[in-house]
Design a protein around this ligand. Structure first.
Ligand SMILES: [Zn+2]
Length: 192
């Protein structure tokens, strides 16, 4: 598995791409690559050792077809609110990745929050960034092989809005380098 595989609008995955070694988290029932799930659990344990809340997984591996459904649903939502089909597709595409263009299809990306925020209707909010757990993650996730994939100051490069909850597993070595160089994946793949 190429841990630094770049997936975005310009670098889509094929519809039949399915990662190897997927494993289901027994608590959330969410699937991730085995190595990623292990790293996630280590990171969550480290948080509790700091007397912080453990992490809740909200999303992990997403099959191509599921991403398709999410995208279609968002387009339908905007059409039902009176937008043209073209405008709806454009607007949906800025919020939900097009099928094949989400790195969740790699099984290497996790959307996370705290257990208490999980109870919220929409647990994936920017407010997570200001929680002790969100702050800890932004400073320590690289020790476990994760990077904050869509930082606020890289939005012009990633073309994805700031997502303090979306962490991408790249392995410890790359995560340390990316953190030290302060680079997002689009920048980093150009120098390795
Ligand atoms: Zn995500």
């Amino acid at each position: 598995m190429d841990l630094v595989k770049l997936v975005n609008k310009r670098n889509p995955l094929s519809s039949d791409f399915i990662p190897l070694f997927l494993k289901q988290d027994p608590i959330s029932k969410i699937w991730l690559c085995n190595e990623v799930l292990q790293a996630f659990n280590s990171m969550s344990t480290a948080l509790t050792a700091e007397h912080l809340e453990p992490l809740a997984l909200i999303s992990g591996y997403r099959p191509y077809d599921y991403q398709h459904q999410l995208y279609d649903r968002k387009v339908g939502f905007f059409i039902s609110h009176g937008l043209s089909e073209e405008a709806s597709r454009q607007k949906a595409g800025s919020i939900v990745a097009l099928p094949g263009c989400s790195e969740h299809q790699l099984g290497l990306a996790a959307d996370v929050t705290t257990f208490s925020m999980k109870q919220l209707e929409d647990p994936l909010t920017e407010a997570f960034a200001c929680t002790p757990e969100g702050i800890w993650l932004s400073q320590n996730a690289h020790h476990y092989g994760f990077v904050l994939r869509y930082p606020k100051d890289k939005m012009s490069i990633t073309e994805i809005t700031y997502e303090p909850w979306h962490y991408r597993y790249v392995g410890k070595q790359h995560a340390f380098s990316m953190y030290a160089l302060h680079m997002c994946l689009e920048e980093y793949v150009l120098i390795i």
